[in-house]
Design a protein around this ligand. Structure first.
Ligand code: UD1
Ligand code: UDP
Length: 388
């Protein structure tokens, strides 16, 4: 290979930033082979900025598309309009996208229009339900239809892609880069740079959770943001949280509220000014991992959190009707409990009032990767471009 490979990574939201950071770092480590190009769509603003700061990423270009209360069409159109100039100026040999966001799908579409090969990181996750998660199931599927290289995080994801007729030699089993990101935090902890993973809350973790030491020994962590839960399901989940907090008077519920105005409104209407319920701004990634590590229980509809909690040995109740991440459920560390308030309360009580059951769920397992995913992805890029 005489010329360096120009790899453009395009991302726009918090989870994409967290999961692409290890790939970008690995490309930078191999600077003799690659020219890494970082483009952010800015689908998220503050939450993206928080991650860029944390991982010390300076984008080559920012489309800055976010508007308050944006529609899916707003995001689509702004990205489709903005990317061509960036492609023309930076001449990528390959474009990498991650996951199931509108940024991933529309970037893949735009790269296709420009005849640029596409690599899809975290390919092949499926619920097979068009409406759950909405619109992410279709975003991921359509990105897969357009992609040339499919980096599947798990065997199940690989099988899903094979079942859809994607040629075997275009699918690579890599693990999920989120485990790489977690490993980086653990290494930082060893170096004294991140005080977060002891399993007990440090003063810093408590402060990040809006608490003052000394504090209750029991922390629960909640996140919720999915579009299919807006309205009644989300209201029901929050009301269930209120009831649970009455039942468990020694628990502090930490809830970094997603900035989406629909989530903000519902969360503040139902949960604000309640004792032991802490509504926070999005928390810095390292501190959020610290909060997960310090929590007795995690309640979430997040994809990334479902993947992190098993690595940290934390039981997760998944507040969704379906999941494209069945591995945690199969491993016994996650339970899909849906959005019905009665069922959620029953599931929490069942787990909290049954120490044997709880102990069974508290196991550190890693169904999503081994921390080497980014290295594999970059190695595959070298091999693919050598052939060219
Ligand atoms: C998006 C992704 C979803 C992912 C989630 C991660 C799509 C369709 N959805 O959903 O897959 O799980 O990100 O969080 O791509 N906002 C801010 N500041 C921010 C970010 C968001 O104010 O930093 C507010 C804005 O009002 C924005 C709204 O949240 O309009 C919705 O953001 P958007 O990216 O459209 O949807 P998410 O629900 O964040
Ligand atoms: N996260 C974070 N701060 C928070 C909440 C979540 O850093 O206040 C991280 C979390 O650790 C995970 C990622 O954000 O890595 C998940 O993002 P999100 O839930 O927004 O999106 P999803 O994974 O559902 O697409």
């Amino acid at each position: 290979m005489s010329q360096k490979i120009r790899v453009m990574i395009v991302f726009g939201t918090r989870p994409e930033a967290i999961k692409m950071a290890p790939v970008l770092a690995e490309l930078h480590r191999q600077k003799t082979l690659f020219t890494p190009l970082t483009v952010v769509t800015g689908q998220h603003r503050e939450m993206l900025a928080q991650c860029l700061d944390r991982f010390k990423i300076t984008p080559d270009h920012d489309l800055a598309v976010m508007t308050a209360g944006q529609t899916l069409e707003d995001v689509n159109c702004a990205i489709l309009k903005g990317l061509p100039e960036v492609f023309d100026r930076l001449h990528p040999d390959v474009v990498l996208v991650q996951g199931d966001t509108t940024t991933s799908f529309v970037t893949a579409l735009s790269a296709f229009y420009h005849h640029i090969p596409i690599g899809h990181v975290e390919a092949g996750l499926r619920t097979r339900d068009k409406w759950n998660p909405f619109p992410e199931e279709m975003n991921r599927h359509l990105t897969g239809v357009l992609a040339d290289l499919h980096f599947a995080p798990t065997e199940q994801a690989q099988k899903n892609l094979l079942a859809e007729g994607i040629p075997k030699d275009r699918i690579y089993l890599t693990g999920n880069t989120i485990v790489d990101a977690l490993h980086e935090i653990m290494a930082a902890q060893t170096n004294g740079a991140s005080p977060t993973l002891s399993g007990r809350p440090t003063a810093r973790t408590l402060a990040a959770g809006g608490l003052k030491p000394p504090s209750a020994s029991r922390l629960w962590l909640l996140t919720l943001h999915r579009r299919e839960s807006f309205g009644k399901p989300m209201e029901g989940i929050f009301k269930a949280m209120r009831q649970l907090m009455t039942r468990y008077p020694d628990v502090e519920l930490i809830f970094p509220v997603h900035p989406n105005p629909k989530v903000q409104e519902t969360a503040h209407r139902i949960l604000a000014n309640r004792k032991r319920i802490h509504l926070l701004k999005p928390v810095d990634y390292f501190d959020f991992v610290g909060l997960q590590s310090a929590s007795e229980l995690i309640l979430t509809d997040s994809g990334g959190v479902q993947e992190e909690a098993p690595s940290l040995g934390k039981p997760v109740l998944v507040l969704r009707e379906t999941t494209e991440r069945p591995e945690g459920v199969t491993a016994g560390v996650a339970r899909l409990v849906g959005t019905n308030p009665k069922r959620i309360i029953e599931e929490v009580v069942r787990l909290m009032d049954n120490p044997q059951l709880y102990r069974k769920m508290v196991r550190a397992v890693n169904p999503y990767g081994d921390g080497q995913a980014a290295k594999r992805i970059v190695k595959i890029l070298v091999a693919v471009f050598k052939k060219k």
